[in-house]
Design a protein around this ligand. Structure first.
Ligand code: ZN
Length: 80
């Protein structure tokens, strides 16, 4: 993971970020990112650490200030 992705939990997709992220697309919805999309570094059911997903698919946990994919967050809350 590059320094850029580890330091910025929220980014606006530019060409460089698109090139990096669109190899796999958004793990939350499976679509590609578009130029200018807001993406956040979030944890989710995909495992293997945090990935960029569309901001509207993420929830920010107030306690930890970390982003989680919505469905994953709900399941975490339900299991707690
Ligand atoms: Zn998405």
């Amino acid at each position: 993971m590059s320094e850029m992705t580890s330091c910025k939990p929220k980014i606006i997709m530019d060409l460089e970020s698109l090139n990096t992220s669109n190899a796999q697309g958004c793990p939350a919805c499976g679509r590609k990112f578009s130029l200018g999309d807001t993406a956040v570094l979030a944890c989710g059911a995909w495992g293997g650490g945090s990935r960029y997903i569309h901001e509207n698919e993420a929830i920010k946990d107030a306690k930890t200030s970390q982003y989680f994919e919505r469905g994953y967050y709900m399941s975490l809350k339900a299991g707690a």
